[in-house]
Design a protein around this ligand. Structure first.
Ligand code: BDR
Ligand code: CA
Length: 316
C-alpha cells in the first residue's frame, strides 16, 4: 500500500552530518523534500547555502529550492563556528559539483511561511542547525508556524554537552532563538546529543556501498569526519547527529521519546545554551517537547546506509 509522502523542509547548516541527513531524506520515499533553508552555524551562511546547493546538485535534485536565512544569532553573535570539525568550507573540502542554480530570492523565513501556508498537507520541519530561522518564523509569521505538522530538532541534551559541559552546539550557538522555539507551543521533538552520540557510523559501514557519485561522497565524508573524531575522541567512528533526527522524521518512532518540559538557559555563565530537561517532572510545567531517550542502533545503520545506497543507484 503506497502512502502520500510527508512534505518536509530541512533547516540546516551543512556540515558533514547535515549532508548525510539531506541525502537520507532524498533517498527516502516516505518524505517529499519541498525545500531546504540555510542558517549560519557550522560555518558562514555563504558556505552553508553553497553547500546545500552543492549537495542537491550531487543528487541531481536542483528542482528543490534552497532559501538562505539568518547569517548570525538573534542577540549575540555566535561564539564560534565549527570548521575545526567540518573543514574550512563546512564539507571537508570534498569535491562536489558547483551549483547550477542560485538560491531562491526569498529569505528562508519568508520561504518557510509561504510553504507552510500553501502546502495542503501539514509540513514537517527538520531543524538541524541553530534555531535562528525557526525563532524568526515564530516571531514574524505565527500563523504559518502554527501549521507546522511536526518540528524535529537536533539539538540540546538531557545530560552533557559538546561545546560546554552542559551545552550542545546548535542550542549554544543561539540560545535566545532556541528559548523562543521551545516556548512556542509547537509539536516539537528534541533529538539531543546524549542520544545522537550513539548514532555511530563507521568507515566500514559505508565503504564499498556503491559505485556512483553519492556513494563516493558518503565514503569521503565519513572518512574526513572520522579524522576529526580520531583527534577528539580517539576513534574514527563518526556521530551522525543530524541523520538520526532525519531517521525519526522518516520513520516516526525509530527514536523512543518521552514528553517533558524543556527550557533553555540564556544566562551569561558557563551553562549558557543548556537545555534544561525536566526529566522527573519536578517543575509542574506542562511538557513542551518529546525528548529522545533511546534508539535501535542496528536499525538506524540499516536505514541510513540502505537509503544512501538506493539513492546512489538512482543518481548517475
Ligand atoms: C550538531 O552540531 C553540528 O556541528 C552538527 O552538524 C550537528 O547539527 C551536533 O552538536
Ligand atoms: Ca547541523
Amino acid at each position: 500500500m503506497s502512502t502520500v509522502p510527508t512534505p518536509l523542509i530541512i533547516d540546516t547548516d551543512p556540515g558533514l552530518d547535515d549532508a548525510l541527513a539531506i541525502l537520507l531524506a532524498l533517498g527516502s520515499p516516505e518524505v517529499d523534500l519541498i525545500g531546504v533553508t540555510t542558517v549560519a552555524g557550522n560555518t558562514s551562511l555563504a558556505n552553508t547555502t553553497d553547500n546545500a546547493l552543492r549537495i542537491l546538485e550531487l543528487a541531481g535534485r536542483t528542482d528543490i529550492p534552497v532559501a538562505a536565512g539568518a547569517s548570525r544569532a538573534l542577540i549575540r553573535e555566535a561564539p564560534r563556528t565549527a570548521e575545526y570539525v567540518h573543514g574550512s568550507d563546512g564539507l571537508g573540502g570534498l569535491p562536489l559539483p558547483a551549483p547550477s542554480v542560485p538560491p531562491v530570492a526569498s529569505h528562508a523565513v519568508t520561504f518557510l511561511a509561504e510553504r507552510l501556508l500553501s502546502t495542503p498537507k501539514p509540513v514537517t520541519v527538520a531543524a538541524i542547525g541553530p534555531l535562528t530561522n525557526i525563532a524568526l518564523l515564530v516571531a514574524t509569521h505565527p500563523e504559518a508556524a502554527a501549521r507546522i505538522g511536526r518540528l524535529v530538532v537536533m539539538g540540546g541534551a538531557a545530560r552533557g554537552g559538546n561545546v560546554a559541559p552542559t551545552a550542545e552546539f546548535n542550542i549554544w550557538s543561539d540560545p535566545e532563538a532556541a528559548h523562543r522555539v521551545f516556548s512556542a507551543g509547537l509539536p516539537l521533538t528534541m533529538i539531543g546529543l546524549d542520544v545522537t552520540d550513539r548514532s555511530v557510523i563507521t568507515v566500514g559501514d559505508v565503504n564499498g556501498m556503491g559505485d556512483g557519485r553519492v556513494a563516493r561522497f558518503v565514503e569521503d565524508s565519513v572518512g574526513f569526519y572520522g579524522r576529526f573524531h580520531q583527534d577528539r575522541y580517539g576513534t574514527t567512528d563518526t556521530y551522525q547527529h543530524d541523520a538520526l533526527a532525519l531517521a525519526e522524521v522518516i520513520i516516526p518512532g525509530i527514536v523512543e521519546t518521552s514528553h517533558h518540559y524543556v527550557t533553555v538557559d540564556c544566562g551569561e555563565t558557563l551553562s549558557r545554551g543548556t537545555t534544561i530537561v525536566d526529566l522527573n517532572d519536578v517543575t509542574g510545567h506542562p511538557p513542551n517537547a518529546h525528548v529522545a531517550l533511546e534508539f535501535d542502533h542496528p536499525r538506524f545503520v540499516e536505514v541510513l546506509v540502505g537509503r544512501l545506497k538506493d539513492l546512489d543507484t538512482k543518481v548517475r
